[in-house]
Design a protein around this ligand. Structure first.
Ligand SMILES: [Zn+2]
Length: 221
């Protein structure tokens, strides 16, 4: 999800937009000539509509996609209920209560909570300047409110069962500049391939990167 989309989405999630509008925003964000999110080709067929979104089919790789493909909201159903659902999250309702309020299944509520959490909770800053500190940190994946736990419950803020990084731990990139701009982005891994697309758009050309010894940063720099 690019910064532009995030800003729009954040605005919507703050309650300033309704679902139709945000879908419209995503679609307009694609521009008049959307590119295939899988192979970047721009030769596309219009391929009908699904849940109010224009669907495209790529002439090069034959895959279909819409404006939400590649965002945390991709393939989530009941778009008409997202707005209401986000409100229950802001109000701090449990996963179960949110489900009851919105008339969705508890499993759906659980899934949505996680997808919505992937949307950065803080305003993402403009480009960073000066000496920019970058580091990865790990958060334990939240499974609070899930009735059948894939593992035994741990106390709040507890330790991961497995040492080091594991599937339980979600890597987050933290980027900060001397002017106090901070960005937090969930990573899918810590390889250059995964960090670079997140980090580069945050940086002005003349920044000095300050990192630990992770070879990935050297590669990106
Ligand atoms: Zn393609």
């Amino acid at each position: 999800m690019c910064r532009n989309q995030r800003v729009k989405l954040r605005k919507w999630l703050e309650g300033k937009e309704n679902t139709d509008e945000v879908i419209g925003l995503f679609e307009r964000n694609q521009g008049d000539n959307p590119a295939c999110p899988y192979c970047r080709a721009i030769n596309l067929y219009r391929w009908g509509k699904a849940s109010e979104l224009q669907r495209y089919r790529c002439r090069q790789c034959n895959r279909t996609f819409n404006a939400l493909t590649g965002t945390p909201l991709a393939r989530l159903r009941h778009k008409d209920k997202w707005f209401e659902y986000e409100q229950t999250k802001i109000e701090g309702l449990s996963i179960r209560k949110s489900a009851d309020n919105c008339g969705i299944a508890k499993n759906t509520s659980f899934k949505w909570r996680h997808r919505f959490l992937q949307i950065p909770a803080t305003r993402q800053p403009d480009k960073m300047n000066g000496i920019v500190e970058v580091d990865e940190t790990y958060f334990l994946e939240s499974i609070k409110g899930q009735r059948r736990l894939p593992r035994s419950a741990r106390k709040r803020g507890g330790k991961a069962v497995k040492k080091g990084t594991s599937k339980e731990q979600v890597p987050v990139l933290v980027v900060r500049d001397p002017h106090g701009e901070t960005a937090n982005c969930i990573l899918h891994g810590t390889s250059a391939q995964q960090i670079e697309p997140v980090l580069i758009p945050l940086l002005n050309k003349d920044v000095i990167l300050c990192t630990d010894g992770l070879p990935t940063y050297k590669q990106i720099a």
